[in-house]
Structure formats: C-alpha cells, structure tokens
Design a binder for this molecule. Structure first.
Ligand SMILES: *Cc1c(COP(=O)(O)O)cnc(C)c1O
Length: 339
C-alpha cells in the first residue's frame, strides 16, 4: 500500500483552512486508518498539526512519540488504572464519560492536576455522561479540580452525523451541558463535538476543535459528495500473477483484504484502465483481460483513481459499508510504502 504523505498534508490543509478559526485534530485510531500512525503523525506534526486523537492509550503513546512533546494527544476509550498511569506519564489527555472513571483518574493523578476532557452523551448512547447525571458529575469534577487532582480542559461529545435533525438535537444538548458545567465553576477551554462530515458541512458544529479522521486521509462519507480539494492518500497495489487470455489473475499474497462480495461489482485500475473484477479469492482475484497483459504488471485495487481504480468509499458503497472498513481490513503484513 503506497501512502502519499504529501497528499495527507494537502488534505489537512484544506480542512484546516475550512474550519479556521477552529483548531484541527488529526484522528489516528486504527493505526491512522490503516495508513500507519508513526509516519503519518510525524509528517503532520512537522507540518504544524498540534492535536492528535487516539482511541486507545497504546495508539496515543505512539502518537506522542511521533509528534513530540509539544503536541496535544487526546485518547478517549475508558481504561483501567495501570493504563491511566501510562497515559499520564506520556502526557495524554483523557476523555472521561463515566463518573467512576473520573474517580480512577483522580486517584492515579494524586495532585498532578491531570488534564481531562469531560464527555456528555448527546444521544449516541455509546459512552458519555447522561444528561440526568451531568449536574452531579460536573459538581464532582469541580471538587476534584479544586483539590488539584484534575484540570477540566475540555468538554466534548460525539454525534451520529447521519441526519441534520439528530445532529441539531445533539448540539442543543451539548450547549446545555456546557452551560451546566460553567455554572459549576468549570471553565473548559476546548469544546469539541464534530468529526469529519458535520464539521466540514456545518460551521456551527466546529466549536473550538474538530476531530477529523476520515477526511484527513481523503476518505469521503458513504453516500456523501466528493470533497473539493481532497483526495485519497492510499493506493493498494497488487501484481498480475497469471494471464490466461480470457482472464487475468492478480495476486496479493497474504493481503486477504477485499471483501469477496465485491466480485462483479468493482473495477480495478490496470495499465489499460479499469477492468471488472470477476472473482475474489483469499489470496488472488480474477479480472477481465487487456491486450498485452503480462505477469508483474501492477494493478491498483483502490486509490485516488490514477489508473481508473475506485476509492475505498466507492467500493464500500457497492456493499453497503463505509470506506474506513475497506481500508482498515488491509492486513498490517502488507508493507506501507511512503512517498
Ligand atoms: C472516529 C472518531 C472520530 C473521527 O471520525 P471521522 O468520521 O473519521 O472523521 C472523531 N471522534 C471520535 C470520538 C471518533 O471515534
């Protein structure tokens, strides 16, 4: 898989410009959406990105190592005290959507004024403090802040981004949660609600910071429009392993990557342009031939369209999923080549 780091930086530039003066966070969960967290974070940090978002602590630790001490790294999955200790040592700012987790962090922190981002559940019901529990939660957070165990630097939530109406309801709940938190004496400087789709389209969702994952890598939303100035950064390349006249076999070895349900519904990019994929097996696929096809010819399975291949989102749309799912299932054994 060839990763065009310059393309990621160009995509980031488009996003940063669009959301200014709100700040930009590069979300790097799932090994930077399969692009490789170490190289992607190092390039983004050198390009001036200040915020990185990791789902779990190990990914946060890698992001910290690649980004350097000045970056801010946010990690939001709830973890146990030993991992909290690791996060604090690495200077990772934890997202907190649960009152017993808040107590755990305060206990591990023990007077270190550990920065946290408190999370209200605005309707997704995944994680986050329910509105009815929020007043008691923020009152307790204010106590722990006064005692020097934590510092509430952020307030955040995550939204569905599937309908404007639902998102509007979530935004109203978010504003109310900010009001209640401020009434308790908290002064979180960083308010963040949206991910790629809502923040790109709707200015009122940007607040102080936007957590951009998919769009940073040029992965547009399923069913969503092409994005002006943004293009995919990853190209998955395999090679022709047999030519039979009526069909060409393309091997990808241990890739075991593309869903077999895509057979008959996708084209790949060949030296002669797009060709239909007829069959997808565990280690190879059969595609329509072209004149002069030869063993060793490169075939692009997905990418920005250089040879007529589809984007991961276009492939995802053919089988009712999202582009992220296509790219993150490419095996980590497939070498990433950075250009
Ligand atoms: C995945 C994720 C994001 C990024 O979402 P995209 O749609 O890929 O931009 C942001 N915030 C949270 C909490 C996430 O889990």
């Amino acid at each position: 898989m060839v990763i065009d780091l310059g393309r990621i930086l160009a995509d980031i530039d488009v996003l940063r410009e669009r959301i200014a003066p709100a700040d930009y966070m590069l979300v790097v969960k799932n090994d930077a959406y399969g692009h490789g967290v170490d190289r992607v974070v190092a390039a983004a940090a050198a390009h001036g990105v200040r915020w990185f978002g990791a789902f779990d602590v190990p990914m946060g630790v890698r992001a910290r190592a690649a980004a350097g001490p000045d970056a801010r790294v946010f990690s939001w999955v709830t973890v146990t005290p030993p991992e909290i200790a690791v996060a604090l040592d690495a200077g990772i700012e934890l997202g907190v959507g649960d009152s017993s987790y808040l107590e755990d962090i305060a206990a591990v922190s023990a007077g270190r004024a550990t920065p946290v981002h408190i999370k209200i559940d605005t309707g997704l019901h995944r994680n986050g403090v329910r509105p009815e529990d929020w007043p008691a939660f923020v009152a307790r957070a204010a106590e722990l802040e006064a005692s020097g165990d934590i510092r509430v630097v952020g307030i955040w939530s995550h939204i569905a981004e599937t309908s404007d109406e639902d998102d509007d309801r979530s935004r109203a709940a978010f504003l109310e949660a900010i009001r209640v938190a401020e009434e308790s004496g908290l002064r979180p400087q960083v308010r963040h609600l949206a991910a790629s789709a809502a923040a790109f389209a709707r200015p009122e969702f940007r607040f102080d910071l936007v957590r951009f994952g998919a769009f940073s890598y040029g992965i547009r939303s399923t069913g969503g429009p092409e994005l002006d100035g943004i293009a995919p950064a990853a190209t998955l390349i395999a090679t022709v392993s047999a030519v039979a006249g009526s069909a060409v076999e393309v091997s990808y070895g241990y890739l075991d990557g593309l869903p077999s349900t895509l057979a008959g519904r996708m084209s790949v990019g060949t030296p002669a342009g797009p060709r239909l994929v007829r069959e997808i097996g565990p280690a190879s696929m059969l595609i329509d031939p072209w004149p002069g096809a030869a063993i060793g010819d490169e075939v692009y399975l997905f990418g920005p369209g250089t040879r007529g291949e589809s984007s991961v989102t276009t492939l995802a749309e053919a089988i009712g999923t999202v582009g992220e799912e296509i790219i993150v299932r490419v095996s980590p054994l497939v070498p990433r080549i950075y250009i």
